[in-house]
Design a protein around this ligand. Structure first.
Ligand code: AHG
Ligand code: MN
Ligand code: MN
Length: 336
């Protein structure tokens, strides 16, 4: 098969009159280059002194790892100068980051989780970067938080990089999901799989079961049935997998199916779930739906939720369609 680089793929998309204009192409080339830089930093590990805590907390009160801070800076610096962005926002910054006055402003908004699963860094387990691209509403010169608060259906593009045994970049522009593998010698991302598809049925589920005592009844009921396996109402055995890096768990589901859950629970009533809508749930929901899967908050389609805050949390159920529909039905039937 002829090798197609990410750049070649984007040029073809532009020619085919897809949603890729020159600025979106520049954006994706820059984001992919930033992911390559993050991949290199992660790959050096202790040799570059990048492991361990940064000694600081982000706006969500979470201890930052050195690589959370480094990855955020890599993405910021890479994206400031190109003229393609109106503003950026990140898990690691309380407020949106404005484009410095010395650079032109563009029409896109970029929001990202610079390093997802960062608790896994120090144990050498896969981590990733998640990003979502929106259009800046017309007539806004200095986009503040409100410019970003658009439902996921308005995403122009979403993707993630997973830094595992291979570094991969997964991308959707609203026309299927495509997988690129980093060729480390050439330094370019090569298209290795087009139109990824999530099987509607699965025998694998992913949830942090140590939170079981805090779950709501529909989640407990659903998981009990999965665990009962052949002896229970489902009549077949299921396996459980939990990497604790959303990118790695979602990537497994994109590869061979499965259902991923981070439900709302009773640990802290001020937090409706753990994952963040704008830069974790929305981009992943867009990708999963584009691969034929489903994504809900247990009640509604994630992509249709109207965000109220940049760092808003949301319950997440995504992956193989039939399982997501079932656990959503359990919520709706319980009136939960
Ligand atoms: P982040 O490292 O960006 O804060 O995200 C971590 C998230 C997600 O990647 C993962 O699915 C989940 O937290 C793991 O949560 P547990 O610690 O409950 O396993
Ligand atoms: Mn994350
Ligand atoms: Mn993160």
């Amino acid at each position: 098969m002829k090798r197609m680089t990410l750049m070649h793929f984007l040029v073809e998309q532009q020619r085919a009159d897809g949603p890729v204009d020159a600025n979106l192409r520049l954006l994706l080339e820059i984001v992919s280059r930033a992911c390559k830089a993050i991949s290199i930093a992660i790959g050096k590990g202790a040799l570059a002194g990048v492991l361990g805590g940064a000694g600081s907390e982000n706006v969500q009160g979470e201890a930052q790892k050195k690589l959370d801070v480094i990855s955020n800076e890599i993405l910021l610096e890479a994206n400031e100068w190109g003229g393609h962005l109106a503003a950026l926002a990140s898990e690691e910054m309380e407020h949106p980051h404005q484009i410095p006055n010395r650079y032109p402003r563009g029409e896109y908004l970029l929001v990202f989780d610079p390093l997802d699963g960062s608790s896994n860094i120090d144990v050498n387990v896969s981590v990733g970067t998640i990003f979502s691209v929106l259009r800046c509403p017309e007539g806004i010169a200095e986009p503040d938080e409100s410019a970003f608060l658009q439902p996921g259906t308005r995403q122009v593009c979403a993707g993630y990089a997973v830094y595992g045994p291979a570094t991969l970049l997964i991308l959707t522009l609203g026309d299927g999901v495509h997988c690129f593998t980093l060729d480390r010698e050439m330094g370019s991302f090569i298209l290795t799989q087009s139109n990824l598809s999530i099987p509607a049925d699965t025998k694998e589920f992913a949830i942090n079961a140590s939170n079981a005592r805090f779950w709501e009844p529909p989640v407990s009921c659903y998981i009990d049935e999965l665990i009962a396996g052949k002896d229970g109402p489902r009549g077949r055995d299921f396996k459980m997998r939990w990497v604790a890096s959303m990118v790695a768990d979602v990537h497994r589901i994109l590869t061979r199916g499965g259902v991923f859950m981070y439900p709302r629970d009773r640990r802290d009533p001020t937090k409706p779930g753990k994952l963040r809508l704008m830069y974790e749930a929305n981009p992943m929901a867009f990708i999963v739906e584009q691969a034929g899967g489903a994504a809900t908050d247990g009640r509604r389609r994630i992509l249709e939720l109207q965000p109220e805050h940049l760092h808003q949390r949301v319950p997440v159920f995504l992956g193989s369609r039939n399982e997501v529909e079932r656990v959503t039905r359990y919520h709706l039937e319980a009136g939960a």
